[in-house]
Design a protein around this ligand. Structure first.
Ligand code: SF4
Ligand SMILES: [Zn+2]
Length: 330
């Protein structure tokens, strides 16, 4: 990486989010850091975030990035500072810099950081108390077998629960990320896993974000996807999860898919992807299942058949791709 890039955030953009049921403008910055320690050790099977990290990034680089973020900040109420890792890991964000970030956005109503549960400690939270922060944790699944075998998350649901309870005790709102369709799950198993996980995470969470897998570069998952051994989830499945997935009355369940409607992201067919993504976008703010009324397409039959066939065949491979290539050979 060129040295001038080390002082540049990975990305900055503006969007909308929700605070206490109100739709508000949000500012998002992804800071480039030394990266997630777990990603360097073994890493989650679907994660390619380490590509945006650099082991040589120091405090001056971080300060230059913060300066650029601050320049582009327009007073949005919700500020989200991502690091493609853990904001609360002092190897990524040195302690002295943590306070500088929070101070830079002191006029915001809320600042959200992401962290793995092992860094959600009394000490770390103490540092930031009274600063209008909220924390997001990538739990991915509420089932330990899935976490271990299908995500390789490197922590357990008990680790998440400990961190979530601490945040609750300290009055820090929690956003939980769940993964829709980790590796090796059939389409039906993926739907059931996501629903179970919403029920598990909701009591701890102010909001739950269901993230359908997006095939990232240079990941284990990408290799399997290229071979036809993995297909990202269908939008039909995502709607099914959101429709039936309400965990508790106070928890907002939503999805903002990356790469939606592309071969690497959640998709149905070219005819209906756009309508589905728009309905999911509206649901994020309205929380009304009526957004999904009237969604229909011929590909529904294909999706339903796949849900049945994959289970009967006991396989999670991309059946459609296998069948098409078999027909091509004839
Ligand atoms: S998904 Fe999160 S915890 Fe897993 S390797 Fe990537 S950054 Fe680290
Ligand atoms: Zn369709």
């Amino acid at each position: 990486m060129r040295s001038e890039d080390k002082g540049k955030p990975v990305s900055i953009w503006k969007e909308s989010d929700v605070i206490d049921g109100r739709k508000v403008p949000a500012f998002v910055a992804i800071l480039r850091t030394v990266g997630c320690w777990w990603s360097r050790k073994r890493g989650c099977l679907m994660c390619g975030y380490n590509l945006a990290s650099d082991a040589g990034i120091g405090l001056d680089d971080l300060r230059a990035q913060l300066h650029e973020a601050k320049e582009r900040y327009g007073g949005e109420s919700f500020v989200k500072i991502y690091t493609s890792g853990s904001f609360l890991d002092s190897r990524e964000i040195p302690l002295e810099f943590r306070g500088e970030v929070v101070d830079a956005f002191r006029e915001a109503e809320r600042i959200l950081f992401e962290s793995r549960p092992e860094f959600v400690t009394e000490e770390n939270i103490q540092d930031l108390r009274g600063r209008k922060i909220s924390v997001a944790m990538g739990l991915e699944s509420g089932t330990d077998r899935v976490l271990r075998d299908c995500v390789r998350k490197g922590f357990t649901t008990a680790d998440y629960e400990r961190a979530a309870l601490l945040l609750r005790t300290r009055g820090v709102p929690l956003r939980t990320y769940l993964l829709l369709k980790p590796l090796f799950l059939t389409e039906r198993e993926a739907i059931e896993d996501a629903r179970r996980s919403i029920a598990f995470a909701s009591p701890y969470s102010e909001s739950v974000s269901v993230n359908p897998v997006n095939v990232q570069k240079e990941t284990v998952l990408e290799g399997l996807w290229r071979r036809g051994d993995y297909r990202p989830p269908w939008l039909w499945s995502l709607v099914e999860v959101l429709r039936g997935g309400k965990g508790t009355e106070r928890t907002r369940v939503f999805s903002s898919p990356s790469g939606g409607g592309t071969p690497r992201g959640v998709h149905n067919c070219l005819n209906c992807d756009k309508d589905f993504l728009e309905a999911i976008g509206r649901f994020t703010f309205s929380q009304s299942e009526r957004e999904f009324e009237g969604l229909d397409c011929r590909c529904r039959l294909e999706w339903r058949a796949l849900v049945e066939v994959q289970d009967a065949m006991a396989t999670s491979v991309d059946v459609d791709r296998y069948l098409s290539s078999a027909l091509d050979l004839e």
